[in-house]
Design a protein around this ligand. Structure first.
Ligand code: SAH
Length: 343
């Protein structure tokens, strides 16, 4: 396991080495990687898992990503857009319930100009002074990221989706590019956002090579957050007949990311929890330390359909998180409502 030791001392691995770590289960058993990842995580964050309130505030999108249920060409997707007031109310309600991070996620909806978003972010920060605001609004200009940062946004989630440009081109129309995605991520880091990258696991045309490229890219970018979940087909997309990504490989990748980026905040994602009943716990046991319960008001939630069968449970709507947290406790994890910044 000399590669792992080199990772621990902060060294970059070659693509060849990453390929071995990803694919050679005999030399590097998933369970062993998981145990190593857990001890690395525990040494930094302990057994706390940070809870973020996710608000899916718009399902309009100008992009046409082949995998995504709210892509522009999906005429069957129900579209909604919460009002700034409704978003503010959702945050205030969440704040009263103890949430200290709000993740505002949506499609790339041109309605949300900087002139509308900036005052909204400022108002959220005023009424929820201890809370971190995380944005996940896709690709914007450098100037826009700067204005939103100045308005008070603390963090930004923008998965790179794949670090292999040919693969990127098979997941997205030609109007989108990996270069632009990377430009956005570098800008976000430069502006001082805690920045999240990440990728779907098992997306169509992915391979050991593309995952190795992902790991090399993550090592280079060194994001504060890394989101990964299995690809899950959506019935109204060009990828409707593609296979779902593997839970086991997702867990293995979580462990490898934990070993490569010991301090990273890594969610046990909704896609993982959708693909597996104990997805959250399996994710924690692989090295994850964040959960993002959906606190989008009921009316809108069903319409934010990125993939089929997305997990929607009563205990995840922010009104009663006790059953979820109790499950974590039994598995040896403590749900923490702290801001949970990058350490
Ligand atoms: N528009 C924002 C938010 C996208 S939704 C952005 O571009 O960043 C958040 C993530 O959901 C995406 O980055 C993608 O990785 C994931 N996702 C989309 N469709 C999916 C699918 N079919 N299966 C699994 N994950 C999916």
């Amino acid at each position: 396991m000399k590669e792992i030791e080199r990772l621990a001392s902060g060294e970059r691995l070659s693509l060849e080495e990453w390929r071995a770590l990803i694919a050679d289960e005999e030399s590097y058993p998933t369970a062993v990687l998981g145990e190593m990842a857990v001890s690395v995580r525990d040494a930094i964050y302990g057994r706390r898992v940070f809870i973020r309130g996710l608000i899916e505030f718009t399902s309009y999108c100008r992009n046409d990503c082949y995998y995504c249920g709210i892509r522009r060409s999906n005429g069957r997707a129900e579209r909604y857009r919460m009002t700034p007031e409704a978003i503010l109310d959702t945050c205030a309600l969440g704040y009263a319930r103890g949430f200290r991070t709000f993740v505002l996620q949506g499609g790339e909806d041109p309605y949300w100009s900087d002139d509308i978003l900036s005052p909204l972010i400022m108002r959220i920060k005023e009424s929820c002074p201890e809370a971190a605001v995380t944005l996940s609004l896709g690709e914007r200009s450098d100037e826009s990221y700067q204005r939103l940062r100045e308005a008070g946004a603390d963090r930004y989630l923008l998965r790179h989706e794949t670090a292999d440009s040919v693969h990127y081109g098979r997941l997205h129309p030609s109007s989108m590019s990996l270069d632009n995605r990377k430009r956005c991520l570098r800008t976000l880091k430069r502006l001082g956002y805690q920045t999240g990258a990440g990728m779907m696991i098992g997306s169509p045309f992915s391979s050991v090579d593309t995952l190795a490229a992902d790991m090399a890219f993550l090592q280079e970018l060194s994001p504060e957050m890394v989101g990964m979940g299995p690809f899950i087909p959506h019935h109204d997309t060009p990828f409707r007949d593609e296979r779902r990504g593997s839970v086991a490989l997702t867990l293995r990748m979580i462990s490898l990311v934990r070993l490569a980026l010991p301090h990273a905040l890594i969610p046990a994602t909704t896609a993982l929890a959708t693909a597996s009943e104990d997805g959250h716990i399996l994710g924690f046991n692989a090295g994850a330390n964040v959960v993002m319960p959906n606190i989008t008001p009921e009316r809108e939630r069903e319409k934010y359909s990125l993939y089929d069968g997305k997990k929607i449970t009563g205990d995840e709507d922010g009104s009663d998180l006790c059953p979820l947290f109790e499950g974590f406790r039994i598995a040896g994890y403590e749900a923490s409502m702290e801001r949970g910044d990058y350490l």
